[in-house]
Design a protein around this ligand. Sequence first.
Ligand SMILES: NC(=O)C1=CN([C@@H]2O[C@H](COP(=O)(O)OP(=O)(O)OC[C@H]3O[C@@H](n4cnc5c(N)ncnc54)[C@H](O)[C@@H]3O)[C@@H](O)[C@H]2O)[C@@H](O)CC1
Ligand SMILES: [K+]
Length: 479
Amino acid sequence: MTEVDRASAAEGVPGAALMERAGEAVAHAALDYAAEKIVVLAGPGANGGDGFVAARLLAEANRAVVVAVLGDRAALRGDAAQAAAGWAGPTVRLEDADFARVDLIIDALFGAGLSRPLSGAAADAVLAAQACGAPIIAVDTPSGLDGASGHPIGDVCMRADVTVTFVRLKPGHILLPGRLLCGRIVLADIGAPASAVASVGARVWLNRPAVWRDAIPEPSIAGHKYSRGHVAVWSGPELQTGASRLSALAALRAGAGAVTLLGSKAALKEHAAHLTAIMLREAEDGWRSFLDQRKVAAVVVGPGASATPDTRRALEEACAGDRRVVMDADVFSLFAGDAEGLGRLIGEGEAVLTPHEGEFKRVFGEDADVAPSKLERARAAAARVGATIVLKGPDTVVASQDGRATIADNAPPHLATAGAGDVLAGLIAGLMAQGAPVFEAASAAVWLHGEAANAIGRGLIADDLPGALPNVLQSLASQ
Ligand SMILES: NC(=O)C1=CN([C@@H]2O[C@H](COP(=O)(O)OP(=O)(O)OC[C@H]3O[C@@H](n4cnc5c(N)ncnc54)[C@H](O)[C@@H]3O)[C@@H](O)[C@H]2O)[C@@H](O)CC1
Ligand SMILES: [K+]
């Protein structure tokens, strides 16, 4: 955002103009509340400046506004000093802010410039504001929240009802716990020129169809089932076949032309009792010759597979050819603490790893946790093994080894259920088999998975997800 600020100024939109529009957006959100008495908490930087602008506009709209300033008002610099000069109403020291009978609080203490934990008067004011029960509108970010990581920087952090942010969402608005601390998020256009925003070359996006839809191939009327891509799924052993079956069903629903499950005869008999459109093939001596002869475009290894030598061999055979590989579940037990081994196996091939947090730590180590954010951990891991990482959770991050990443916000809580991850693995393979590039296929699969869960609602079990995909795909196609 600092770069956007600079580029905007170079294109004739100075910081003061951006600040005026930012303050307007905050005042606009405040006017949604029937609030008479409003306290604006103003910090020492441009976030405080936005607060002063909002205070002026709200006073002009006949609200009773008091600005409570952290530190010395005379120490304000630049645009913030100018914004403060435009405020002629009552001002108090932050220490003296009175939260009794306040109808609304505007938190303009710190935004992008937060650099250390809240302490002293700032921390006390946040706690008192929180305790008084009035609704809180945060300017840019709730004070105390790191907009890059989505984590509070210290022990004290504002929890807002509404967060008004500018130009673009920041990762911390979507990653947890940030998303929960922000409340409802309002994204305001404050007039930064599109070229100034584009000049930054951001490589992280909220996971939405606009990011990937052009990369997902449309089936051709002249196509046939094999031109739509063949997916092979490595089956779990007898009495552990459900997970691989869910993957196979999802791959077919995602539009793969054909899907084959390979496993032992005993396992295939279980599959046969459930499946019709999915092909079954006994894997007598591994599956290498099948994968090669049947021109398999994408494979899934891991769901229900068990961390056995057979699974390792299946994975090695899968990685040996020119095909895309989705690795899930038991693969991460096989490569516990051995990210380098996994990276060697992937080599120059195209792979997607779909760990949840526990599996991620198993492979990449406990210290992977201390990296700055979920986003950066996933990006670092992707670069380390040379694959796309899908780090699952309520804020699933898809990170490519080239630095691109998406963050999802559309998964409902009831998607955290047994087997949902197996469905996701199959979805990714189904899209990749049709030729979608790996990063886009993984991002699309994550979004579709969330939408399918939303379409089902409460009571969802993973078995329902493949059947919910047609409606979601149909509405995506007609958007
Ligand atoms: N394009 C842009 O960059 C725009 C930025 N705007 C606003 O500018 C904000 C960023 O402004 P700044 O970079 O001035 O940063 P902030 O206003 O977020 O805070 C920086 C100031 O706070 C101090 N500080 C940081 N952590 C502290 C702590 N824990 N305790 C006490 N003091 C602390 C710093 O020393 C610095 O003086 C954004 O969040 C947004 O609200 C808007 O005015 C609109 C345009
Ligand atoms: K703030």
